[in-house]
Design a protein. Structure first.
Length: 509
C-alpha cells in the first residue's frame, strides 16, 4: 500500500518535517519520502490518495487500566455526579438491572465534585441498595465506599484494625462508615465475586473500541488487582483476530514469584501481546502521596520495595512503581540503585512531584518516567490543597526530566482520565508555563516514549522504514491549523495497525 500526497510526519530523524508519501509492505513501513516512492508501485499495490491529510505514528498510551475501565461499563456510571442524592438516584436506577443478591458496583464520582464535598456514608448507600452488597469507586482508584452488606461480607467490624498502607473510615464512635482508603479497599475487593472471564473479554473489547478511536495503537494495560489471567483474555482475543491494539500487560507484584519461576522476562510474548512490568504501588493517591516533608501512605514500604526490585532485576523483570510523591520516587531510586538495575529501564508510574535531584537520579539510573500530562493542569489546582508551595514547581516536571535525559512516556491512566484522547494532554504539556516542552517532545512522549518503556523502540514509535506500520490519519492537518482545532474533539479519520485498517476509513470524504 502507498499513502500518497499527505503530510506524513515520521517523528523519527526528520521529526515534524512532513513527507508526502509512505509505502507499507508486510505490516511495516517500507519507504517514506516524496513522489519518488511511487516508483515502488507494483501491480497489486493499493494507492490511497491522502489529499493533504496528516499522518502520525499511532499513539502509545503507556498506562491505562484496560480491564478495569471495561468493567466500569457494566457498573453504575457515577461520572460527573453532583451530589450524594445524584449518586443514590443512579445506583437505584442501575440496581434494577441486577439479579437478586448480585453485587452492585458504581464508578466515577469525585468527592470534590459533590456539593457536600464529602464521601457518601454507607447508611446512605443502604437506603437504595438494601441488603445487596454494593461497592462504589471514586475516580482515581484510591478510595471506595462499601455499604453495610459489603462491609459485613468482608467481616469488617469496629474492631478491625487498619491494614498496612490503608485506612478504614470511621464515625466518631469508631464504627466503620463505609470509606476504605488505599490497601483497605482490598478487604472488600477480596471477598467480592470476581467478574467472569466472558465479562472481562467484553470489557476489553469496550476499552479497545475507545482507545483505538483515539488513535491509540499500543497500550500499557495497568492492573488494579492480581488478575493473573487477564493475559489469557488478550491472548484469546489475539487468537480470534479480535485484538486491534498492541497490549503490554502489567503483572501484579503478587505474581513476581510465579513469573520468575516460569522464566518469563519483561517483553515475553510478541508484538501484539506482551508480558510487561511487575506493578507495585509505593504510595497512595491524592493527599496520601508519600512526601519527604512527611505524611502520605506507604502501600509498599521502602524495605519491601528494595526486596521486590532486587528480586525482579535478578530474573530480568522490569518494575513499574506507582510513585507520586518525592519520598516514594526517592525510595524507588534507592531500590533500583541497590539492585544494580540500571539496564532494566525500571519505571516510575506518575512521577508527579519530582524535584531536580531526583530528576538527575532517574537519569543516572536509566529509569523511565511514565506520566500523565493532564497532571500539569489538574495537579496544580489540586496541589493548592495537598502540597506545600515549594513542591508545586516540581509538579509534572516534563522539561526538567527530559533535560536530565530521563525518557518520558505519556499516558491517560484511564479511567482516571475518563477520555484517553491524548491531544488535550499534549497541548497541556506544550502550553505549561512552568515545565512546558516542545510539541515534538510531547508527541514523542505519547508515541515513542511508550515503545522505549517496553524495549520496543526499534520496532515501533516512528514511521521510519522497518518500523511497524501503526499509524493514524487525520482529515486535514491539525498541526497546521492548530489555532482552530478543538483538541478535546479531535479524532483520527482512520487508524492502521500493522498495515491493516482497524478503525475508520482511509478514503477521504
Ligand atoms: Zn493507574
Amino acid at each position: 500500500m502507498i499513502l500518497a500526497g499527505g503530510r506524513i510526519r515520521t517523528l523519527g530523524r526528520t521529526g515534524l518535517n512532513p513527507h508526502s508519501h509512505l509505502a507499507i509492505a508486510g505490516g511495516k513501513v517500507f519507504a517514506c519520502g516524496g513522489p519518488e516512492v511511487m516508483k515502488l508501485r507494483g501491480p497489486r499495490t493499493k494507492v490511497v490518495e491522502l489529499k493533504g491529510s496528516a499522518v502520525l505514528p499511532g499513539f502509545n498510551d503507556a498506562h491505562a487500566h484496560v480491564v478495569y475501565y471495561g468493567l466500569t461499563r457494566f457498573a453504575a456510571d457515577l461520572g460527573g455526579a453532583r451530589g450524594v442524592d445524584d449518586i443514590l438516584d443512579r445506583l437505584r436506577d442501575h440496581g434494577r438491572s441486577l439479579k437478586p443478591g448480585e453485587w452492585q458496583q458504581g464508578m466515577g464520582y469525585r468527592t470534590d465534585e459533590l456539593t457536600e464535598r464529602r464521601q457518601p456514608h454507607r447508611t446512605e448507600l443502604d437506603r437504595v441498595t438494601g441488603d445487596r452488597p454494593a461497592f462504589i469507586d471514586e475516580r482515581g482508584g484510591h478510595s471506595r465506599i462499601a455499604n453495610s452488606a459489603a462491609l459485613a461480607a468482608a467481616g469488617i467490624t469496629p474492631e478491625t484494625p487498619n491494614p498496612p498502607g490503608g485506612r478504614i473510615g470511621r464515625d466518631l464512635n469508631r464504627i466503620p462508615n463505609g470509606l476504605l482508603l488505599e490497601s483497605a479497599m482490598r478487604l472488600v475487593a477480596d471477598v467480592q465475586p470476581l467478574p467472569g472471564f466472558a465479562r472481562r473479554i467484553e470489557g476489553v473489547l469496550k476499552a479497545q473500541d475507545l482507545l483505538v478511536s483515539r488513535g491509540i495503537t499500543s497500550v500499557g494495560a495497568a492492573v488494579n488487582r492480581g488478575f493473573a489471567d487477564d493475559l489469557r483474555a488478550y491472548e484469546q482475543l489475539a487468537r480470534d483476530g479480535k485484538l486491534r491494539i498492541r497490549v503490554n500487560e502489567f503483572l501484579s507484584w503478587e505474581l513476581l514469584e510465579a513469573t520468575s519461576q516460569l522464566g518469563v522476562q519483561s517483553g515475553f510474548g510478541g508484538s501484539l501481546v506482551r508480558a510487561g512490568p511487575i506493578k507495585v504501588f509505593v504510595d497512595g493517591g491524592a493527599e496520601r502521596v508519600a512526601m519527604r516533608s512527611g505524611g502520605g501512605v506507604w502501600r509498599t514500604t521502602p524495605g519491601e520495595l528494595r526486596d521486590i526490585v532486587a528480586r525482579a532485576t535478578a530474573v530480568g523483570l522490569q518494575v513499574a512503581a506507582h510513585a507520586i510523591g518525592d519520598a516514594a520516587i526517592e525510595a524507588m531510586c534507592d531500590a533500583v540503585e541497590g539492585a544494580h538495575g540500571q539496564h532494566m529501564r525500571h519505571r516510575v508510574e506518575h512521577c508527579t512531584i519530582c524535584p531536580p535531584d531526583l530528576q538527575a537520579r532517574l537519569g543516572q539510573l536509566g529509569m523511565v518516567a511514565i506520566m500523565q500530562p493532564m497532571a500539569a493542569r489538574f495537579g496544580r489546582v489540586a496541589s493548592t490543597i495537598f502540597f506545600p508551595v515549594r513542591d508545586r514547581s516540581h509538579l509534572a516536571p516534563h522539561r526538567g526530566l527530559l533535560r536530565a535525559k530521563v525518557p518520558v512516556a505519556f499516558s491517560s491512566d484511564l479511567p482516571v482520565s475518563p477520555d484517553p484522547n491524548p491531544w488535550p494532554g499534549i497541548r497541556v504539556a506544550v502550553d505549561d508555563q512552568v515545565n512546558g516542552i516542545s510539541l515534538l517532545a510531547a508527541l514523542r512522549a505519547y508515541i515513542s516514549g511508550g515503545a522505549y518503556a517496553t524495549f520496543e523502540e526499534n520496532v515501533k514509535g516512528t514511521l521510519e522504514p522497518g518500523m511497524l506500520a501503526d499509524l493514524q490519519v487525520y482529515s486535514g492537518d491539525p498541526l497546521d491549523e492548530a489555532a482552530e482545532v478543538k483538541w478535546d474533539e479531535l479524532r483520527p479519520r482512520a487508524v492502521v495497525l500493522g498495515g491493516e485498517v482497524v478503525s475508520g476509513s482511509l478514503m477521504s470524504r
